[in-house]
Ligand binder design. Structure first.
Ligand code: SAM
Length: 395
């Protein structure tokens, strides 16, 4: 039975709850590996020829492919199963958390922490975060159902495990996030790999993780730079509350605070390294630009910033680009697709980073099932990588 790594904050499932969660994960894996690939055949043999007959040309981009595919019964069937499985995932994990919520809330109140937690009950939560049940997660990151609530943090922890299980070659390599990164955080390890390759001498004194959620991506930096002071910010209170308790349970010293990454309270030039994992594709285009400007303000001269997000889909053929964009339209991820249309060179350049310092790479699992970092390019149209991108502030 597949179960996330148990730790003192992880909500534990009964036998029947775990069976339901495994059913959803197994069906998601089956769909990902056996059913979704047939979509390309349907496109090539049925949808593209019909489009050609109507327009005397093939579809130009992912949007034209989507409009054409939406009318096809095969596409309608798999898409509706994928959406239903996503809703079932959160529903099933949610019942496990609800059953033990009062206990989780009291366990989250840590006596004598080695790190810290600062909440801001007065801050206004940006609409792109508060108004969306992101990837169909009920209540999104910040929804609260009780005083001092940690429900949404626990949902990300336990539910996130089942969410990522179908990706990244699980069948082919027996890969799970648990095997490679026992408490999640694979994106943090990928950034560290790239950081060591590009900036082998960097010894950051202060590190900031933006959009830290429950701190999954933050842990690897605590281990890699034990001397550094590590801060982690997120707009959602239940994320940092749960994240703080989880970090304390693992003995990781992290200073969590509820802050908007667009404008934080830290002084100019305070950090040598600013990172994020999965932040950019879940904020509006306007916010992404404001966050990069804020990072430029926060970095010391020569400081480095690196980010991990789902693969930026430039260079994919129109069908693969459409498949990659599915979440934008059917999984409540409205900012996923638009992020692909903002090239990192432009994004970091506009914020004042030197153009020649901008980095873009892919993190992937190689043929042997090992993690690897390769240079990104616009001509290789394979999917299932993470994009790593960033820049260095001028000295
Ligand atoms: C995909 S989650 C990633 C969480 C975490 N980094 C991880 O790797 O598990 C994105 C996080 O960004 C947070 N977020 C979105 N916009 C933000 C903003 N403007 N400032 C701070 N956090 C933000 C969300 O609340 C959410 O927790």
């Amino acid at each position: 039975m597949k179960q996330p790594f148990a730790h003192p904050m992880m909500p534990l499932a009964t036998h029947d709850e775990a069976a339901r969660q495994n059913f959803v994960a197994d069906l998601k894996i089956h769909m990902e590996e056996e059913v979704y690939p047939a979509n390309k055949l349907v496109y090539e043999h049925r949808v593209r020829p019909a489009f050609y007959r109507r327009h005397q040309r093939p579809p130009r981009d992912r949007h034209e492919v989507r409009h054409a595919m939406e009318r096809d019964p095969f596409c309608q069937a798999w898409s509706s199963i994928a959406r239903t499985l996503q809703e079932m995932l959160w529903y099933n994990v949610g019942e496990t958390i609800e059953r033990q919520l009062p206990d989780l809330i009291s366990r989250a109140k840590v006596a004598d922490p080695i790190g810290s937690l600062a909440l801001d009950g007065t801050m206004s939560i940006p609409r792109y975060n508060a108004a969306i049940d992101i990837h169909c997660m009920p209540g999104g990151y910040g929804g609260q159902v009780a005083k001092d609530d940690v429900f949404a943090g626990a949902l990300v922890d336990r539910g996130g495990y089942y969410y990522v299980l179908p990706f990244m070659g699980y069948r082919a390599h027996g890969y799970t996030d648990t095997a490679r990164a026992p408490y999640g955080g694979a994106a943090g390890y990928n950034i560290l790999r790239l950081l060591r390759e590009k900036f082998p001498g960097l010894k950051p004194r202060r590190i900031l993780d933006m959009g830290c959620g429950i701190g999954r991506g933050t842990f690897p930096y605590v281990d890699a730079f034990p001397e550094a002071e590590i801060h982690a910010v997120d707009v959602a209170a239940p994320q940092v509350r749960y994240g703080h308790a989880r970090a304390e349970a693992f003995g990781k010293r992290i200073h969590f605070s509820q802050q908007n990454a667009e404008r934080t309270s830290f002084p100019n030039g305070h950090f040598d390294l600013v990172v994020s994992h999965g932040l950019f594709h879940e904020t509006s285009g306007k916010a992404v630009r404001a966050i990069v400007r804020e990072i430029h303000r926060l970095l010391a001269p020569g400081g480095v910033t690196l980010h991990s997000d789902p693969q930026l889909g430039r260079g994919l053929d129109p069908h693969d680009a459409y498949m990659h964009d599915w979440d934008t339209y059917y999984n409540n991820e409205p900012f996923w697709g638009p992020l692909h249309d903002i090239p990192p060179k432009q994004l970091f350049g506009e914020a004042g980073f030197p153009a020649d310092s901008v980095i873009e790479a892919w993190a992937m699992i190689d043929a042997n099932g090992s993690p690897a970092i390769v240079p990104a390019n616009d001509h290789d149209s394979r999917l299932n990588r993470s994009s790593l991108f960033g820049a260095r502030k001028a000295l």
